[in-house]
Design a protein around this ligand. Structure first.
Ligand code: PLP
Length: 391
């Protein structure tokens, strides 16, 4: 019998803080306490480190440092991108997004429709979670102020072709924002090549502590500031900088950039091992999302005839942390909005579980999970009124 242990497979929710990130941050809780806006040496020294961190974040995206605005999180970056663009382009009243965005985008669009009178288009996806680009193109009109389409889906890992989508937006003269919170550090993003105007990232999905993000604003993009006050961040986001977290974010981006190929190959191998191991051992299982075109660290598996919440509870009892991906963790009878938009069949939409790995996931942990999950699924199916063991 394997020892009881903890296996963390919920890295798309948040992930372990890198020790190198903590180490980089520590001096800024100590002797490096100056305000980077101050003229004296206390400020100047800190300002140099903030400059360096901005360069590190920009390097991960192949952007210019002046195009990076530090924010408090991915949600703020998304809000700034969307609401700042609309405020700067008040004559346009139509905005376009997809049904499978993170709530940090989707709920902003829904708020704008309900409270601010915007005409909102939410593009649907097919059963694999892919968009129809002809449909997308047809929705963009001279009245469209903004198109916001995520780079990688947090629940299924499905990647959207933001290069093609951005090209369509350019052709139609529409500002293009992408929520790249899950994509950054997991797939290469080159903003010198990608036709993207605004891009959101978040530190804690990249091994920083929670509470730091950034918004990439392409030079020349019309956007209002999100916070008004001092001249920090070139007046685009006032408020004294969260220096230790900015420094940590820079370090995390540097680590992600240095490891992007090697680490992601290792993560992909473990993800594939987990996925194929579960699929081959357990009947009536399905992969949600596009199995060829997705993040290397994510698998979303539907187990037919049982409830995702029940699976998660039993996994948790076995020390395994995963997620059902649904926004509402309890009391909701609906599966996640992403799986609903994909019209995942009812019989396994409810029994879907997201496993998301990181560079800290080990082969031993995957082996442990592969041994623990099949008997859990079997026990739950034995209790399920929908399950026929003879099928
Ligand atoms: C986590 C996440 C966010 C929100 O980022 P926070 O830093 O937690 O606010 C936005 N979009 C996606 C795709 C995410 O996965």
């Amino acid at each position: 019998m394997t020892e009881p242990r903890q296996v963390y497979l919920d890295n798309n929710a948040t992930c372990r803080v890198s020790p190198a990130v903590v180490e980089a941050m520590l001096p800024f809780f100590g002797e490096l306490y100056g305000n980077p806006s101050s003229m004296h040496s206390f400020g100047g020294r800190v300002a140099e480190h903030v400059t360096r961190a901005r360069e590190q974040v920009a390097a991960l995206l192949n952007a210019s440092p002046e195009e990076i605005v530090f924010t408090s999180c991915g949600t703020e970056s998304d809000n700034h991108a969307i609401r700042g663009t609309l405020e700067a382009n008040p004559e346009k009243k139509h905005i376009v997004t997809t049904k499978v965005e993170h709530p940090a985008v989707l709920n902003v669009f829904r708020f704008l429709a309900k409270r601010k009178g915007y005409h909102v288009t939410e593009l649907g996806v097919n059963k694999q979670g892919d968009l129809n680009l002809d449909e997308l193109r047809a929705e963009l009109t001279p009245d469209t102020a903004l198109l916001s389409v995520m780079a990688a889906n947090n629940e299924t890992g499905t990647l959207f072709p933001i290069d093609e989508i951005g090209a369509i937006a350019r052709e139609k003269g529409v500002v293009f924002h992408t929520d790249a919170v899950q994509a950054a550090g997991k797939i290469p993003l080159d903003l010198k090549k990608l036709p993207v105007d605004l891009l959101s990232i978040s530190g804690h999905k990249l091994h920083t502590p929670k509470g730091i993000g950034a918004l990439y604003i392409r030079k020349g993009t019309r956007i209002s500031p999100f916070m008004i006050g001092g001249h920090q961040e070139h007046g685009r986001r006032a408020g004294t900088e969260n220096v230790p977290y900015i420094i940590g974010f820079g370090k995390a981006c540097e680590e992600a950039m240095n490891g992007i190929f090697e680490e992601n190959n290792q993560v992909r191998k473990l993800r594939d091992k987990l996925e194929s191991g579960l699929m081959s051992q357990i009947k009536h299982t399905y992969i949600n999302g596009n199995p060829r075109w997705r993040l290397p660290n994510t698998t979303n598996i539907g187990f037919e005839f049982i409830e995702g919440e029940a699976i998660l509870l039993h996994l948790s009892a076995a020390g395994i942390a995963a997620s059902s991906g649904s926004a509402c963790t309890s009391g909701s009878l609906e599966p996640s909005h992403v799986l609903m938009a994909m019209e995942v069949p009812f019989t396994y939409a409810h029994g879907s579980v997201r496993f998301s790995l990181s560079r800290y996931t080990t082969e031993e942990e995957i082996d442990y999970t592969l041994a623990a999950v099949p008997p859990i699924i079997q026990r739950l199916r034995d209790m399920s009124p929908f399950y026929d063991p003879n099928k």
